[in-house]
Design a protein around this ligand. Structure first.
Ligand code: 4H6
Length: 239
């Protein structure tokens, strides 16, 4: 996969592309990430990228010319053009999985009060990471990239995202590591038993219990199999 990001603040991405799993995925050529400073595309002698809003009002608006000339220099028929915006469709795990199969993503990040509306004519998807406002689209774009890149085959151990909260439609079960006892709190016996079937059942029950208590909305959407329905019934009777 190739990801091109259009931003006025390319330095914000340095930590992101040079750290941990994302760095490893880039080094392994699973993904290419290119940051483009669209100010460099400004035709204006002062490299201006924004101007006052027609009709008056607060703040500045990003102009079409620098962003769209930058976009036109990289877009192909295989690109999916994404605009980060609080008005966009909200990202979730299912959509991250779909996006992780794309060949080429172009992500536009804006600042100031927003964009000239005509930029939207060149965008395939307007995307939001949640119902809150950020000073710019950069952090939002990194959230999107992080969630997509870890899903690219080879980026993390194959099975390790099948258990992720949300991929299964349930929250993740509790995990423990050494030591066996910390501040008088011990690890549940079943995890020390080596009995794989009992461990599987315990984890499934804990996932259902956590989801029931913290995110009951997820249970409404999810289709439960017979085993899950039975365990959930027990949970409801004992709660
Ligand atoms: C487009 C339009 C994404 C982008 C306006 C971006 C939140 C998200 C932005 C703006 C973003 C999200 C500029 C409006 C600053 C408010 C950049 N905020 N804003 N939820 N901000 O994904 O002023």
């Amino acid at each position: 996969m190739k990801i091109d990001i259009l931003s006025l603040f390319p330095e914000m991405f340095e930590g992101f592309v040079n750290t941990s799993i994302i760095k490893r995925a880039i080094d392994a050529h699973l993904v290419e990430v290119h940051i483009h400073d669209f100010r460099e595309f400004s035709n204006n002698k002062h490299k201006k990228v924004d101007d006052y809003p027609y009709g008056g009002g607060q703040g500045m608006v990003l102009m079409c010319q620098p962003i769209l000339d930058c976009l036109k220099s990289i877009v192909t028929s295989e690109s999916l053009v994404i605009l980060m915006s609080p008005q966009g469709r909200t990202l979730n795990q299912t959509y991250s999985q779909e996006l992780s199969l794309e060949k080429h993503l172009i992500i536009i990040c804006g600042h100031y009060e927003g964009f000239d509306e005509r930029i939207r004519d060149y965008v395939d998807v307007e995307l939001s990471i949640g119902d809150y406002v950020l000073t710019g689209g950069e952090l939002a774009s990194m959230v999107v990239c992080d969630s997509i890149i870890r899903l690219i085959e080879g980026s993390i151990k194959e099975e390790s995202h099948e258990d992720d909260s949300f991929s299964s439609g349930l929250l993740e079960y509790p995990q423990y590591t050494r030591p066996f006892e910390y501040d008088g709190n011990t690890v549940p016996d079943v995890l020390m038993s080596g009995h794989h079937e009992n461990i599987r059942k315990w984890r499934l029950k804990q996932s259902l219990l956590k989801t029931y208590r913290k995110r009951p909305d997820l249970l409404i959407k999810k289709e439960l199999n017979e085993e899950e329905q039975k365990i959930l019934q027990e949970i409801k009777e004992n709660d």
